[in-house]
Design a protein around this ligand. Structure first.
Ligand SMILES: NC(=O)c1ccc[n+]([C@@H]2O[C@H](COP(=O)([O-])OP(=O)(O)OC[C@H]3O[C@@H](n4cnc5c(N)ncnc54)[C@H](O)[C@@H]3O)[C@@H](O)[C@H]2O)c1
Length: 269
């Protein structure tokens, strides 16, 4: 295993499950000292214990990434334990329940904007103040295909993720002067708890790579963006979605259907 994060301090929100859990485990395996945040204490304990069992260094912090009080306390605990932070991944987020816009209300709107967008502001503000003093640091935000193309019944979620992508670009301009990079990871259809109840078998048929993604599929891009391999990349969104955003129409409705595809020669199977 490479050690790209040796002695780097890396904080991830919503790291108790799904994408965040896979990412934080890899940062720790590559030598990072990680801060594992989640709103659910049992998940924080689970992930901290698995990292320590694998020989890594982890600090758990139970808290709401969209609460200023909790975020302030989390960064104070991080500085107390490790002195600074090198990388912050704003991963905490909720997939919204689907509602037609005409059935929406203020509470629904505020909930998804707060958890998916305000959390990134609060954590980035604290992180930036540490990173700017050190003239280095990386912030990775987590968006969704909904930041570029709409989902039906997802006005609040899509607005929050479009906001994350605009925030990424704008923050990259404000912090680039101080040597701090800001980028965005854009997952596609990823089989996590966040997709509970979805009919994955039906939905994966529209993915050009012909399968849904796993949390592990996010690890390569998330570690790349956080590492020095991406030293000259800032203000960008890296899409990891099996080709979904690249396609104009899904396989189900395309005038050149999958049945027109040539059979695969046996020697390539
Ligand atoms: N799974 C997908 O298909 C998919 C697609 C696009 C984008 N995303 C984004 O990826 C990120 C991670 O999603 P996931 O699928 O791994 O979700 P998940 O539900 O599996 O995990 C999210 C974790 O965040 C925690 N969390 C929720 N609210 C929190 C808060 N306020 N403070 C701290 N922790 C909180 C949850 O307890 C959970 O452990 C989210 O931002 C999500 O919008 C996921």
């Amino acid at each position: 295993m490479e050690q790209r994060f040796k002695n780097k301090v890396i904080l991830i929100t919503g790291a108790g499950n799904g994408i965040g859990r896979s990412i934080v485990n890899r940062y720790a395996l590559e030598g990072g000292k990680v801060v594992v945040n989640d709103i659910k204490s049992e998940l924080v304990d689970l992930v901290v214990n698995e990292i320590k069992a694998a020989g890594g260094t982890a600090l758990g912090f139970v808290g709401d990434a969209s609460s200023k009080t909790d975020v302030d306390a989390m960064f104070e605990a991080t500085e107390k334990q490790f002195g600074y932070v090198d990388v912050v991944v704003n991963n905490a987020g909720l997939t919204s329940d689907q509602r037609h816009f005409l059935n929406s209300d203020e509470e629904w709107w505020d909930k998804y904007l707060r958890i998916n967008l305000k959390s990134a502001y609060l954590c980035s503000f604290r992180a930036a103040n540490i990173m700017v003093r050190r003239r280095k640091g990386v912030i990775v935000n987590v968006s969704s295909g909904g930041g570029t193309r709409a989902h039906r019944g997802f006005t609040a979620y899509d607005a929050s993720k479009g906001g994350i992508e605009a925030f990424t670009r704008s923050l990259a301009l404000d912090l680039g002067f101080y040597g701090v990079r800001v980028n965005c990871l854009v997952p596609g259809l990823i089989n996590t708890y966040g997709l509970k109840g979805d009919d994955l078998a039906e939905r994966e048929k529209v993915v050009p790579l012909r399968r849904y993604g796993t949390a592990e599929d996010m690890v390569g891009a998330a570690t790349f963006l956080a590492s020095d391999d991406a030293a000259y990349i800032t203000g960008q969104c890296l899409v990891v979605d099996g080709g979904v955003l690249a396609q104009q129409r899904s396989a189900n409705v395309d005038t050149f259907p999958l049945s027109n595809f040539p059979d695969m020669p046996h020697d390539l199977e």
